[in-house]
Design a protein around this ligand. Sequence first.
Ligand code: IMP
Ligand code: MG
Length: 183
Amino acid sequence: MHDDIEEILLTEQQITAGIDAVAKQVTDAYRGVEFTVVSVLKGSCIFASDLIRRIPVPLELAFVSASSYGDGTTSGDLEMNFFPAEGEIRGKHLLLVDDILDTGKTLSRLKAELTKRGAAQVKSCVFLDKPARRAVEYNADFRAFEVDDLFVVGYGLDFAGRYRNLPFVGSLKKEAYAGVVDG
Ligand code: IMP
Ligand code: MG
């Protein structure tokens, strides 16, 4: 698996420092406000679990799935499933946590849907932000790192379902894309 990596862009140490910093920002923003962290599956599971353990104020945890169709390297149509019950959304302050903000379609659609279902507030915190790829007007309230327009894997981010378990973030070698019909 490591052989498929072209270049390591964020080491484990860099990731730790970035999450420490963004966790402080989130903690300060929510001091005195009860909130729910909504982890966007599957990509954010590793970031969300590292993030919440650095936030020493009361919070609840919920999940939402938003999968784009296909295994490709661009985001297609979205299928949404909310794991919090309706009662966990209405009137709540929600913090959507995602692996990467790319075109912005996922988070802007999730925010609209959760707002429609009665959330009092919907903010977002992303591990990576790729501003060059934005297709809709959407900015994250918090982000750990900004990255260039390059497809990356590791620390939760996948290509065709693989590489989420890499402890660092890296770019893939061209050969690793070969043979994947959809990508
Ligand atoms: P958006 O809706 O275009 O912002 O897409 C967000 C989703 O696309 C992420 O949650 C990822 O699943 C996927 N994605 C976008 N860029 C990358 C990348 O560089 N590596 C892995 N997944 C990516
Ligand atoms: Mg993905």
